[in-house]
Design a protein around this ligand. Structure first.
Ligand code: K1U
Ligand code: ZN
Length: 197
């Protein structure tokens, strides 16, 4: 299994529409296993193929408290929706941003499992919200699209600043580690002027 890099807003690849899965084969099982590993490590409660640059209609989710109820939805569609409520949502592709979003309270989804077997399931609570969020990803839609242009722009700048700081911090840390390694590798000076202190 492997951890997959998660694309972050405003990466244009997040705007790609996912295509239906047609082959239910070992390659699909592998990508699903990698997506679960990536989602649990993040940590998140859901992940769509689009977020890991896999433009197929694949969703993995686990909204259980114990993180022991993995669910896969391939080629999923919502066939019924009922009610609406506003709840805070996060997004692994828009890190550290939580926004109230209005979604259907209860949905009935039709999908296929990793072997291609069709199933229908009714979802409520966080699972219903999460499936709607993941289906948005597969359609190239993001949490920020529900916000004002001003707020979206503010988030874009904030994330770019955080990425720049992470990159600069990473460079500094790497330089410090390299200096420490070089100091360890160098023989202790023997000349009195170069005593180890
Ligand atoms: O698709 C994603 O970006 C994953 C996203 C799904 C989601 C969360 C909340 C409401 C709707 C959709 C996340 O998992 S963000 C991380 C998160 O909310 C969380 C992480 C660990 C435990 C509980 C929540
Ligand atoms: Zn998301």
């Amino acid at each position: 299994m492997a951890l997959l890099p998660i694309l972050e807003f405003p990466d244009p690849r997040l705007r790609t529409r996912a295509q239906p899965v047609q082959s239910f084969d070992a390659a699909l099982e592998r990508v699903v296993a990698d997506m679960f590993e990536t989602m649990y490590a993040a940590p998140g409660v859901g992940l769509a193929g689009t977020q890991v640059d896999v433009h197929r209609q694949i969703i993995v989710m686990d909204t259980s408290a114990e993180k022991d109820q993995p669910q896969v939805y391939i080629n999923a569609q919502i066939v019924e929706r009922e009610g609406s409520e506003v709840a805070e949502e996060g997004c692994l592709s828009v890190p550290n941003v939580f926004e109230p979003i209005k979604r259907a309270t209860r949905v009935r989804a039709k999908a296929q499992d990793v072997k291609g077997q069709m199933f229908e399931r009714e979802l409520t609570g966080l699972a219903a919200v999460c499936l709607q969020h993941e289906l948005d990803h597969l359609a190239g839609k993001l949490l920020v699209d529900y916000l004002s242009l001003l707020k979206r722009e503010w988030i874009r700048r904030k994330l770019e600043k955080e990425r720049r700081e992470r990159a600069a911090g990473g460079t500094k840390d790497a330089a410090k580690e390299a200096a420490k390694d070089a100091a360890k590798a160098a023989p202790a000076p023997t000349h009195p002027a170069g005593r180890v202190i």
